[in-house]
Design a protein around this ligand. Structure first.
Ligand code: ASP
Ligand code: MG
Length: 441
């Protein structure tokens, strides 16, 4: 049988018991005849605790030493896991990212993988070992410094190793049973999907779903590595994320749409129109007030933002008031970049010639995702009706072919997600969404 890469998140290895439980699962996979490579995250909230510590000794911890510190978390769990496996009578060896051949660029704290040369992992496997690899870390190609891939980066490590080793599947073990139609921490009646296409998963990830990171899914799609997201606590089959629905999965029966919309189209019922509802409370909104309504203004504003290396998300420009020929431009961006963006715009105020800036970090983004929505005209109306019935005010709107997103007040996020989830007939009959562990931190 083939090679399997398994990744275990921090909540699965939060304590000694967790590590022993995971070790048993890994050994079972080996006993079933697979070659097993395991990628592991830091135990529980270790990474957050290390960050807190760093902030206590220096207000702006960043760069080389920060990466040195954070990678220690994964070294602890990888060694303990290897010991626990040996205790079960099987051979295991642990490897840092660098030893496993994860080569990155030299951008500390958010390095990108540029090559994977897993020679030592292959040798370890050939010698009959289970290979345990520290997630979320690598070594920079030029300076040979230790780097990290950004928060949650262990998933990317797992997919990258799966691609380099030509694995059959990359199994991502987490604290929920798979990918749900909404965050099970918010919607108790969220439904587990048995399969979701890369395309929809990418859209869910980029609109705030935390179960898989965008970069990890992007990598998996590029190398066509099927991902199986599942719980290390329950052992139930989880959600497959791949190009095509795997053979052997029962065909999707329910049309995931409220009956009054379903009757509007003649779409075959085997295809779900909506994949899910995601939300994101990590963004802030900046409004540039009183921008002269003439060519080049938006270009100057967003050049200033781009030069500060800030990624923005949604943009809205108001119709200018005829009397003043001034307009407002609003955009959203990660809260963590808010300060930098305000500074960059303030510096450019004289050149751009706007009146003032407004900063608002009490916002939430709610998105509806589904490849089927592009051919279903009722979707947008139902989405807005659901929000309106829940008394939720909409501040910004943006759409793509397979997504509608709105910005609302942060306080409205839970009722808004729940209302949209119900309106599209996504609620399950039971409260099946179990959260087994983790703080969601
Ligand atoms: N331990 C790192 C984090 O908490 C990496 C990961 O969990 O994937 O972000
Ligand atoms: Mg973690």
């Amino acid at each position: 049988m083939g090679l399997v890469v398994q990744k275990y998140g921090g909540s699965s290895v939060a304590d000694a018991e967790g590590i022993k439980r995971v070790a048993r699962r890994i050994v079972d996979t080996k006993k079933n005849g697979h070659r097993v490579v395991v990628v592991v995250s830091a135990m529980g909230d270790t990474t957050d605790e290390l960050i807190d510590l760093a902030e206590q000794v220096s207000p702006i911890p960043a760069g080389r030493e920060f990466d040195m510190l954070l990678t220690a978390g994964e070294r602890i769990s990888m060694a303990l896991l290897a010991m626990a496996i040996k205790n079960l009578g099987h051979e295991a060896q642990s490897f840092t990212g660098s030893q496993a051949g994860v080569i990155t660029d030299s951008v500390h704290n958010k390095a990108r993988i540029i090559d994977v040369t897993p020679g030592r992992i292959r040798t370890a496997l050939d010698e009959g070992n289970i290979a345990i690899v520290a997630g979320f870390q690598g070594v920079s190609q030029d300076k040979k410094d230790i780097t990290t891939l950004g928060r949650g980066g262990s998933d990317t490590t797992a997919v990258a190793l799966a691609a380099a080793l030509d694995a059959e599947v990359c199994e991502i073990y987490t604290d929920v049973d798979g990918v749900f139609t909404a965050d099970p921490r918010v919607v108790k009646k969220a439904r587990k999907m048995d399969w979701i296409a890369f395309e929809d998963m990418l859209e869910l990830a980029s609109s705030g779903s935390k179960v898989l990171l965008h970069r990890c899914v992007e990598y998996a799609r590029r190398y066509n590595i099927p991902i199986h997201v599942r719980s290390s606590f329950s052992g139930l089959p989880g959600t497959w994320v791949s190009n095509e629905r795997p053979q052997g999965l029962a065909p999707q029966v329910a049309l995931r749409l409220a009956p009054h919309i379903a009757s509007q189209g003649d779409r075959p019922v085997e295809q779900a129109i909506i994949s899910g509802v995601s939300h994101d409370t990590s963004e802030a909104k900046i409004t540039v007030v009183g921008v002269p309504d003439k060519p080049g203004e938006a270009a100057t504003i967003f050049r200033a933002i781009a030069d500060a290396e800030i990624n923005i998300d949604m943009i809205v420009q108001n119709v200018s008031a005829a009397a003043t020929a001034l307009t407002d431009i609003s955009f959203t961006l990660p809260k963590s970049e808010g300060h930098k963006a305000m500074e960059a715009l303030t510096r450019a105020q004289a050149v751009i010639g706007f009146d003032s800036l407004r900063y608002d970090d009490q916002i939430a983004k709610i998105s509806l995702v589904g490849a089927g929505m592009k051919t279903n005209p009722g979707v947008t109306a139902t989405f807005f009706e659901a929000l309106s019935n829940a008394g939720v005010n909409i501040e910004l709107i943006s759409t793509s072919e397979i997504r509608i997103s709105v910005v609302t007040r942060a306080d409205d996020v839970n009722p808004a997600v729940q209302a949209v989830h119900s309106a599209f007939g996504l609620d399950s009959d039971t409260d099946e969404a179990v959260v087994y562990g983790g703080t969601g931190r």
